[in-house]
Design a protein around this ligand. Structure first.
Ligand code: F6R
Length: 604
């Protein structure tokens, strides 16, 4: 949602803060700001717009100091104006605060503070925090105690970092929003996410809900809200700073699409033995899933499409499985018991909707598992178990490589679950696993030979874009449409191919290209549905192998290597990712930071 960065150490804080904010821009880019202790109080620069604009303002000014905080915002309370940009302060600018999350009781707190003479300058919920801290300081409390008291007053979700004038200390707390500490000798970083400071250190302390951390030049002190020490050991993250840069590519999204052969190979490494037809998931010995009667997969957005894909492969493997939108879970969750495995599919591991559904399932007695990219994320820590998709950092707001790795991990899990339950896997692993081991190479083939730029040019002036698929092609159609609308801002919809004739066909015209995904399951029916659209004038783009019958029928073709249905969808999805990318590029869209969106959605 928003990105927080903090720095304490001998080096100039401003450079670290601005670099950190650039690295965190995927979390929000409506407005940005920094505050430093400059020797005579707290100096602040903040404004609406992107970090680049903040950088220009900072260069014109003279912010200097070793201790500071910064923020990049994705607006929730109040529009993206200079006033609403973080850091926020009390009237005297003695306290500065950056915050990610939602303070649910801010209206009452604001009223209470106003009655005591506080004046507010923004529409944000955050502004109550510096006023509260100042209130407790005025009451005579020490800074640390004032911070704890203020945090204790808050209801909702937060990652908060605060500083008090002339102190070389940062005070931070988390509940429901991520916050990590980076340690490099006597330099310390606080951030919403590891890529913020990956250039400086890979040694990270993942804070947990309820933690309060005090950071000064001598080190970090982790406690609970009451001040009782809590032990949090630093972990070394194996993400390479190179991975967090754009390299030779114009956009992170294109880089991440091209990283898929590598990220998939990483996801599979040590987990499949194609020769013996075996799947090995670290931490899950034989029989780990033998008590699982049914599976619910909960997720949002792209991860939900991966969950649909996973549920489909599970059902094909004779396991009762349903994919559910996490944000609908509290109103429509099917019953669970201890034999229900609830899998939270979440790249970030921090999506509020998914975490809430996960908590609800756990409270109702289900066994829980997180399939996530982020070691130390809330989902990974809160679920009974975690499987990591090992995709490396994904910076582009549009999820690409993480979808592929999620799909592959869920495919492996499906076979493991069914093997544990029934004594043998449902699929013929001797053919599936070699295909899986060739998946990175097959993606490479797609990337090298793609006609996506031509297709994007050819259909550039269309009115709407439709995506259809059946079986495993259905989640791919949904994902193709989501990606397209998300980064091109053009209207796009995904349908189960059989559904087209039940209503959406009324929208089909020569100006609505239809991308038809063929994965080798009932392709004849999908082709018939595509032809129904074609008869009404719509150009059909077939996503299928070269020797597929659809190639002769369609107006255009995006080629994928011939493979098992479990993987065909994955390869088709890569073609659709590329079409979306090139279409958005033609339109000059800010591809890595589409309007109104953020990478990690930590509010409900
Ligand atoms: C779309 C996209 C989002 C996320 C969704 C869930 O490209 O990235 O739809 O998939 O917000 O995020 P995670 O996977 O972090 O739970």
């Amino acid at each position: 949602m928003c990105g927080i960065i903090g720095h304490v150490g001998d080096d100039d804080a401003i450079e670290t803060l601005l670099t950190g904010l650039e690295n965190l821009e995927y979390r929000g880019y409506d407005s940005a700001g920094v505050a430093v202790q400059n020797g005579s109080g707290i100096a602040i620069e903040k404004r609406s717009g992107e970090v680049e604009e903040l950088k220009d303002s900072v260069e014109e000014g003279s912010l200097k100091g070793h201790v500071g905080i910064g923020h990049t915002r994705w607006s929730t309370h109040g529009p993206p104006t200079d006033e609403n940009a973080h850091p926020h302060t009390d009237e005297t600018t003695d306290v500065a605060v950056v915050h990610n999350g939602i303070i649910e009781n801010y209206a009452e707190l604001k009223e209470w503070l106003k009655e005591r003479g506080c004046e507010f300058t923004s529409d944000t919920d955050t502004e109550v925090i510096p006023h509260l801290i100042q209130y407790y300081l005025d009451e005579g409390l020490e800074s640390e105690t004032a911070f704890r008291e203020a945090i204790d007053d808050l209801e909702g979700s937060y990652a908060v970092t605060a500083m008090v004038s002339d102190e070389h200390v940062l005070y931070a707390a988390r509940k429901g929003s991520p916050l990590v500490v980076g340690i490099e000798d006597d330099e310390f970083f606080l951030a919403s996410d590891v890529p913020a400071f990956l250039e400086y250190t890979d040694s990270v302390v993942f804070l947990e809900d309820g933690d309060v951390v005090i950071v000064d030049e001598s080190g970090i002190e982790c406690t609970d809200l009451d001040g009782n020490p809590v032990r949090r050991e630093p972990e070394t993250v194996d993400w390479d700073p190179e991975q967090a840069g754009k390299g030779e590519f114009d956009h992170f999204m294109l880089k991440e699409i091209h990283e898929q052969p590598t990220s998939l190979a990483q996801a599979l490494e040590g987990r499949i033995d194609p020769e013996r037809g075996r799947i090995r998931l670290e931490g899950f010995g034989p029989g780990s899933f033998e008590d699982v009667d049914s599976v619910q997969l909960i997720a949002c957005g792209t991860s939900y499409h991966a969950a649909l894909y996973g549920a489909f492969t599970l059902r094909q493997a004779d396991v009762e499985a349903t994919a559910l939108l996490a944000n609908e879970y509290s109103v429509s969750a099917p019953p669970v018991d201890e034999n229900t495995l609830v899998i939270a599919v979440t790249q970030s591991g921090e999506t509020a909707d998914t975490l809430n559904a996960l908590r609800e399932a756990a409270a109702d007695g289900a066994r829980t598992l997180a399939v996530t990219n982020v070691v130390g994320s809330t989902a990974a820590r809160e679920a009974d178990d975690a499987v990591f998709i090992r995709a490396g950092p994904e910076i582009g707001v549009a999820a690409t490589k993480t979808f592929s790795s999620q799909v592959v991990m869920l495919t492996l899990l499906a076979q493991r679950i069914t093997a544990d339950r029934h004594g043998q896997p449902a699929a013929d692993l001797e053919s599936l696993l070699p295909e899986l081991s060739h998946a990175p190479g097959a993606i490479e083939t797609v990337l090298e030979g793609t006609d996506a730029p031509d297709i994007a040019d050819r259909y550039e002036d269309s009115r709407s874009y439709f995506f259809i698929g059946r079986g495993l092609g259905y989640p791919v159609a949904l994902e193709g449409a989501l990606k397209f609308k998300e980064i091109t801002y053009e209207h796009a919809e995904g349908f189960a191919s059989g559904e087209l004739k039940h209503g959406p066909l009324a929208l089909v015209t020569p100006e609505t290209p239809v991308f038809a995904v063929f994965v080798g399951e009932e392709d004849e029916k999908t082709l018939k549905n595509a032809e129904e659209a074609q008869t009404r004038g719509a150009p059909v783009i077939a996503v299928c192998p070269d020797d597929h019958r659809a190639v002769d029928v369609a107006d255009a073709h995006l080629s994928i290597p011939d493979t098992e249905p479990e993987l065909a969808g994955l390869l088709a999805n890569v073609q659709l990712q590329l079409v979306s990318y090139y279409a958005a590029d033609n339109l000059g869209r800010p591809i890595d930071k589409p309007r109104n969106l953020a990478k990690s959605v930590t509010v409900e």
